[in-house]
Write a protein that binds this ligand. Structure first.
Ligand code: GLN
Length: 194
């Protein structure tokens, strides 16, 4: 089977590690910086970083609307941390001018874990995986609401931290920072060939 080409939004944040994880998961990664990088992609990863800055850069590089159109057209997309915030239906504690794609029926609250637990790690039970996934959370957003149509794939202390709705998957943590490509494999399994 041909390896699908999956884009990684490379405007800011943790994109290089995602490219490595996608490679390990059986996809060819393409960095996306301009609208012309989008055609031919079978999926797109929106990495962690700073969602307000990424929102601004998406607009200044004329990528916001083409990415929104591609998602509306059914392009599978995986947002991690800041990427989850960008895919949410609504953002709490965002910067005033911060935009989101409203691609999944969740409400994301930025920096919700407070200073003392700014960053933490946890072993997660993930639906579809036979052993725990070691997850790294960095100034993670919290899902304040998860709609009925959203499939919950993992929780941490009651909070949903990995979820999917149709072709949109979101993680509150950074699956690209560990040497374990199983979460990327879950995503790559949902993208077509090509
Ligand atoms: N706190 C960041 C934001 O609001 C997200 C942190 C991350 O992506 N590691 O966008």
């Amino acid at each position: 089977m041909a390896r699908p080409t999956v884009g990684v939004l490379a405007l800011q944040g943790a994109f290089a590690a995602h490219a490595r994880a996608l490679d390990a998961a059986g996809a060819d990664a393409r960095e996306v910086r301009l609208p012309r990088d989008l055609p031919g992609l079978r999926g797109l990863v929106i990495p962690g970083g700073e969602s307000s800055v990424m929102s601004q850069l998406l607009e200044s590089s004329d990528l916001f609307d083409p990415v929104a159109d591609a998602i509306a057209g059914g392009l599978p997309v995986f947002g991690t941390c800041a990427g989850m915030i960008l895919l949410a239906a609504q953002v709490l504690d965002g910067r005033e001018d911060q935009k989101c794609f409203a691609a999944i029926d969740v409400v994301a609250q930025r920096n919700a874990y407070g200073r003392q637990v700014d960053s933490f790690e946890a072993d997660l039970d993930v639906a579809g995986l036979d052993r725990a996934f070691h997850a790294v959370f960095i100034r993670a957003p919290r899902l304040a609401r998860v709609g009925d149509g959203v499939e919950v794939l993992a929780r941490h202390r009651g909070d949903v931290v990995l979820a999917r709705q149709r072709r949109v998957m979101v993680a509150a943590f950074h699956p690209e920072l560990t040497d374990d490509a199983r979460i990327h494999e879950l995503f790559v399994a949902t993208v077509g060939e090509g």
